[in-house]
Write a new protein. Structure first.
Length: 77
């Protein structure tokens, strides 16, 4: 963005584009972590009640960790 665009954005919104970026990235991570807690808890309950195998439970955990690592790499680098 040019200096004029930055000044206009800040004058109209009251905050900088960097602040908006931090809020949006934080929102993505909050949503991911909430979904991850829900998915892992659901998988754990299924595993503890013998509705899914230990391998399926570990598959859920590995997919969540992989998604977290990939999003961390893309959004924080």
């Amino acid at each position: 963005m040019t200096a004029d665009q930055l000044a206009a954005f800040q004058a109209n919104s009251g905050f900088t584009p960097a602040s908006v970026s931090v809020v949006l990235v934080s929102g993505v991570f909050v949503a991911l972590l909430l979904w991850g807690v829900w998915a892992l808890r659901t998988a754990y309950v299924g595993w503890s009640e013998d509705r899914i195998s230990q391998r399926q439970f570990l598959g859920v955990a590995v997919r969540f960790v992989a998604m977290y690592v990939v999003l961390t790499f893309f959004l924080l680098s």
